[in-house]
Design a protein around this ligand. Structure first.
Ligand SMILES: Nc1ncnc2c1ncn2[C@@H]1O[C@H](COP(=O)(O)OP(=O)(O)OP(=O)(O)O)[C@@H](O)[C@H]1O
Length: 353
């Protein structure tokens, strides 16, 4: 019998993923990672709900204490990034280093099972000509999570099943009701798990980073006002700057060294190109010459046409066909060819070169 370990968060998606595989005849083992230290109400509720689902399905449930791994890869990464004046995206790193890597190792080494499944909305297919696994967008584009999965390895893709990749979210909810799962009516998580648990990113960061006021300046260095901590700002931000001006002002730079927030008009917040570091080519071998693709520079922004120029040391330059607004250091730039995720990486500061 096929055996699979399903990552259970206690939410509706992973519950349906587990129930679907169970019904298909898989021998399913539930695995919940205990992620958050301290204020982890969502985690404790999640663990209980996941346990309930396993009870309902009559399958074993394992809980692995992953709080130190989460602290290192996510909490410390976020805090040091915001202190340095960037806006880190923790989710892709969480998927690679906190979820898929450790879950696969646990499945293989502790349980002798070589496949894991999650409730992510994305698809994986094997491409025989290149002998590579490819990552694809979900069928339900409104729920597509492929943007957060670009950093997975070939080994991780080979060992993963996404049972919801072909489903619309409405179908997932319908299945949850049909299977009578306790989580069927659980509300959607709207945000990053850390934001959900702390109320806001500001509240989370204020726990770790002390307030340190400084100047808000324009592109010529003229002081326009004061801020109470650079970590409260992100490139492209318009609301909450607190400075009256004839035209809308946007955050266009954050200078951690000078403890300054730099603001300008919309044209200053628009960029013709950017460099990207820590690149992972998830579905294709690393290109040796420029390629054309579409790029998504934020989770919810549209994929726009770019020329991709590979650089030494796992880096690349993206030249946008049309200059892009709010290209934010620390966020992921993810490349697509149609539905296929080619790869992605972390947007660098403009000066990095
Ligand atoms: N703490 C955890 N332990 C194990 N697997 C997890 C955990 N958190 C998330 N996952 C897995 O990652 C998938 C995507 O997680 P995400 O946080 O994006 O939640 P989601 O899309 O709201 O899904 P769900 O409805 O299952 O919570 C989940 O469906 C689940 O399979």
């Amino acid at each position: 019998m096929n055996r699979v370990v399903v990552g259970l968060s206690g939410g509706v998606d992973s519950s349906v993923a587990a129930a679907t595989l169970h019904r298909q005849g898989y021998e399913v083992v539930g695995l919940t990672l205990w992620l958050m230290k301290g204020k982890g109400q969502c985690c404790s509720e999640g663990m209980v709900d996941a346990a309930f689902i396993c009870e309902q399905l009559g399958i074993p449930h394992h809980i692995v204490d992953s709080r130190d791994v989460f602290q290192h890869y996510i909490v410390d990464y976020l805090v040091s990034g915001y202190e340095a004046g960037i806006t880190p995206l923790p989710c892709s790193q969480c998927n690679r280093a906190v979820k898929f890597g450790p879950m696969l190792s646990y499945a293989r080494e502790q349980l002798g099972i070589d496949q894991i499944a999650t409730g992510h909305y994305a698809r994986i297919q094997y491409e025989a000509t290149s002998a590579r696994y490819q990552l694809l967008r979900a069928v339900d584009l409104t729920k597509d999570q492929s943007y957060f999965l670009y950093d997975l390895t070939q080994d991780q893709l080979a060992g993963t099943v996404f049972p919801l990749g072909e489903l619309k979210k409405t179908e997932t909810r319908r299945l949850a009701a049909e299977y009578n799962l306790k989580t069927a009516d659980k509300p959607e998580s709207q945000d990053l798990c850390l934001i959900e648990s702390h109320g806001s990113m500001k509240a989370f960061l204020d726990k770790y980073i002390s307030q340190s006021s400084g100047n808000i300046v324009d592109v010529d260095g003229k002081v326009l006002g004061q801020h109470n901590g650079i970590h409260h700002y992100t490139i492209g931000q318009r609301k909450g700057i607190g400075i009256a001006a004839a035209q809308p002002l946007y955050v266009i730079g954050i200078d951690a060294g000078r403890n300054q927030v730099i603001v300008g008009d919309r044209t200053h917040a628009t960029q013709p190109e950017c460099t990207v570091g820590r690149v992972n080519w998830v579905s294709i071998p690393e290109p040796t010459a420029p390629i054309r693709a579409t790029a998504q520079v934020r989770y919810r922004s549209p994929a726009v046409p770019v020329t991709v120029i590979p650089l030494e040391g796992n880096r690349m330059k993206l030249v946008f066909d049309e200059p892009q607004f709010s290209v934010t250091p620390g966020q992921a730039a993810v490349l697509y060819e149609g539905d296929i995720v080619l790869g992605g990486g972390i947007i660098e500061r403009p000066t990095a070169g």
